[in-house]
Write a protein that binds this ligand. Sequence first.
Ligand SMILES: CC(C)(COP(=O)(O)OP(=O)(O)OC[C@H]1O[C@@H](n2cnc3c(N)ncnc32)[C@H](O)[C@@H]1OP(=O)(O)O)[C@@H](O)C(=O)NCCC(=O)NCCS
Length: 163
Amino acid sequence: MNICLRPVEAQDLEKIRTHRNEPLTQRWLERQTTIDAASQRRWFEAGGAQSFRIVCRGAEDIGLARLTLSDGAQLCTVGLDLFSAFRGQGLATPVFQHIVAQGRQLAPALDLWVFLDNHYAVRTYLKSGFVHDHSTPVKFFTREIDGQLGVHAYVRMVYQAAA
Ligand SMILES: CC(C)(COP(=O)(O)OP(=O)(O)OC[C@H]1O[C@@H](n2cnc3c(N)ncnc32)[C@H](O)[C@@H]1OP(=O)(O)O)[C@@H](O)C(=O)NCCC(=O)NCCS
């Protein structure tokens, strides 16, 4: 499928901001604040984009990957976003598996956080070797989803390599 990851550059900021501020992206973010160009620029200049990569398919930019190292590079927190034009086409699993392969080169352990009712994301993560980490307390956030205000569980998953 010719998936690759490349660093985020200044010319990507508008595209990332547009993606980040879309209601369907914001719905599943831990922090739902809307980002403006000036604060995004400060974030970029402070090195905030170093944990992110643009996901490419050939010459096309199709999404955003997170690869955040912590615990002295013992842990890599991964994340997957597809830009809206590329959702619903079965790309989530092959793209995420590519992100996982990159993450495994960076750290011995991988984790992620996901809303339990982000079904397509959870399905993708389970298929890619992640399991629920029942030892980490679940977080709860209020979200308005399809006009309904409710409390939604946000859970940690960890990568478990096949035996
Ligand atoms: C989560 C996300 C990456 C999933 O990508 P996607 O393109 O929507 O999903 P895909 O088309 O690859 O499908 C993923 C799975 O959900 C299933 N699915 C997708 N759309 C579906 C639908 N309308 N009905 C039922 N199942 C569906 C697919 O069949 C697939 O499962 P399978 O591989 O077993 O067939 C994407 O929706 C996204 O970027 N969302 C916004 C950001 C986000 O939520 N990121 C995750 C944060 S933890």
